[in-house]
Design a protein around this ligand. Structure first.
Ligand SMILES: Cc1cc2nc3c(=O)[nH]c(=O)nc-3n(C[C@H](O)[C@H](O)[C@H](O)COP(=O)(O)O)c2cc1C
Length: 168
């Protein structure tokens, strides 16, 4: 993927937090979160097996999103909603693609992240269908987009590190 080519080391899982980082400090504990999920009639479906552990293993995230009706996709929102403690006290950045770089979708994701106690960094990548894609399909990002991605990744790593004290 484009992002991992630029900064692979910052996107690899860490083994330093094997068990629910941040659960002790979070508003919801893992069991409270599971209780809330059960109360809503949802369950951790079998196709999600391993996903909580996968998200646990990362200290920061870069969400890549298109834009549908000025928001992110229902699929991404649904995936985010299945977890809670696993997102807490970590950092996130965004890469959006759309008519205006999925800017409105990213703003919605920032609101969602606030509820998840997931700190979102200022820098973001806004890929335009008009200027960063050939024929609206093949990714051909402008040079400035590499700088934007680099700045985003730097901020995600810095904030993930700074929040480590809350994940103990
Ligand atoms: C129902 C619908 C709503 C859309 N709304 C937006 C929008 O608000 N902003 C935008 O930039 N693109 C919008 N698009 C275009 C999609 O973002 C575009 O098709 C994109 O390629 C979807 O990415 P994906 O194929 O990776 O899901 C919309 C497309 C559909 C079908």
């Amino acid at each position: 993927m484009w992002t991992t080519r630029i900064r692979p080391s910052s996107l690899t899982p860490s083994n330093t937090h094997p068990e629910v980082p941040g659960a002790a400090q979070s508003a919801y504990s893992r069991s409270e979160n599971q209780a809330a999920i059960l109360a809503l009639g949802l369950s951790r479906a079998t196709h999600l097996r391993g996903v909580p552990q996968l998200i646990d293993g990362f200290d920061g995230f870069v969400f890549v999103t298109p834009e549908y009706n000025h928001s992110t996709t229902g699929v991404l929102k649904n995936a985010i909603d299945y977890l809670y403690a696993e997102w807490n006290n970590k950092a996130a950045g965004f890469v959006g693609y759309g008519v205006v770089g999925a800017a409105r979708a990213v703003e919605h994701l920032r609101l969602i992240a606030a509820e998840l106690q997931l700190a979102t960094v200022r820098s973001q990548v806004a890929l335009s269908f008009y200027t960063d894609f050939e024929n609206f399909t093949t990714l051909t990002p402008g040079a400035h987009q590499f700088d934007a991605l680099s700045a985003t990744l730097d901020q995600v790593v810095a904030w993930s590190d700074a929040l480590a004290v809350l994940r103990k």
